[in-house]
Design a protein around this ligand. Sequence first.
Ligand SMILES: [Zn+2]
Length: 598
Amino acid sequence: MPYRYVRVFFAVFLGFTLTLFAVAADKSKSAAANANQPSYDLPQPQRETLDYGMYQRIRDEGLGHSHVMEYASALDDDIGPRLTGSANLKHANEWTRDQFTAMGCSNAHLEDWGEFGMGWQQLNTWIRMTAPDTAVFIAQAAPWSPATNGAINAPAVWIDVKDAKDLDQYKGKLAGKIVLYGEMRDVPPVDKPLFVRLDDAELKKLTEYPLKPRGRDFIEQYMKRLELRQKVGQFLADEHALAVVTPSRDGRDGGGSGGTVFDDSGAGFGWEAYKREHANPLPVVVTAIENYGRVYRLLKAHVPVTMEMNIDTKFTGDHEHGYDTIAEIPGTDPKLKDEVVMVGGHLDSWASGTGATDNGAGTVVSMEVMRILNTLQVKPRRTIRVALWTGEEEGEFGSYGYVKQHFGNVPLSTAPDQLKLPEWVRKPAGPVQLKPDQQKISGYFNVDNGSGKIRGIYLQENAAIAPIFAQWIEPLKDLGVTTVTMRNTGGTDHEAFDAVGIPGFQFIQDPLDYGSRTHHSNMDTYERLQPEDLAQAAVVEAIFVYNTAMRDQMLPRKPLPHPELEEQRRAPLTNIMPGAEAAEKDAKEKADQTPKEE
Ligand SMILES: [Zn+2]
């Protein structure tokens, strides 16, 4: 019997005996019976007690006296892009730690989540066509690309590879060449705005719960494509090609054009290019689609093309560690101060822009939340802890590492096909293993969907919390916060908490030009940040954090996940056809002999 049911059974049994033997089941007695139960398991009040005065003080400090853009400029302009493993990211870890101390936080420090891989920095990249005409290209080195060690000038050749066997035709033909790798894609007209906000109809749609479970197919397809890329990279290196040029992928509504280059894991040769054993085997550069298109069309028409390029990059160590920045405002209630509410986002970014919206935005919003609460000298009942994660872009390493060290861990599948995959895509196997502090954290709030203001919150299928958040946002409707949805959202650090049964949330944010232009691109810069949106996000998040720290009980939880029961729960029902004969009967007999789970 899972632990949770034991507890429910015990509570019911205890309640029964109390009615039998107690003369008057007064409140103090039932409170004593519940004394050892974490407060998230107790019945929740119908009405939330909200401190409207504090709502207003937070609004005044965050909207009228915002400093969020100063944090943004220091982080994005001065420190710059923050690829995991890089010296810039370590600098950002130290700077955020020192800023938390300066604004009045306690216990600001860095926590090591483990070994990551290679440190890397792009020093310079240029590429141009030299014949049949001259043209300067817009380009970025793929992350963890090796250097060309000076300028190279060579004939260009396009390879047509959809499958590993397509490589055979190029044996012995690529030495000394610059290789264009990738089909030319559509470049649709940008006839819709790149910058959008959620309207009422879209917000309403977000509140509808999707009834079709999400498959894992897309992950498997994606991993297959990356596996092919890794093979191609090795082949090209073995054939002594000099360097590789790839086309930028597209963004939402054709945003991957007009000078925007997306430069993440998809640009190089394989997901784990940051590990020495999976390193890009030759220099690789990603170019604007229009630049790629010109050379592609010339080569397909058999016009000889020569190109010149120089990729200058620097590697700093093969075994760099990753760190999370942590700081606190200590709790003051003698009974509740050991409980915590956490707030944060990831500090790392990709390398070609300055990571201003992904996720400089979530970082500076978290910093502003802590600055607001420090400035107002709040005395929270529970401890408020901020965490800035790293290694998010490569697999949410910083948050999962922290949660594993402090709260609990979900063992992953060790099936042979699963072991071949990077950890972040492997299926959870369970059972979930918990540490005592898992019972001491009320909730975690995350911002990582760009610069857009907060329009609501994803409940992550935690139905018990819907009436609570609905009351919290009532006084925030004039700021555009209107929507509470049962939906899950994924792809960022609240998932690490959710996986071990801790309420973890990501807000609904206005999309702006995040999906079309800034997410993982060379255009992810300070200019794309919207100051009013970020100030609003900090105010809303500060209020959520404050309410969580102050209410009598911890936030209610979903049942603890049981990935180990997933297969059994999905298995088709047996013996349901009354008219079925031998085969069903055999199966039934077999099933009867198999011991039942728990
Ligand atoms: Zn992100």
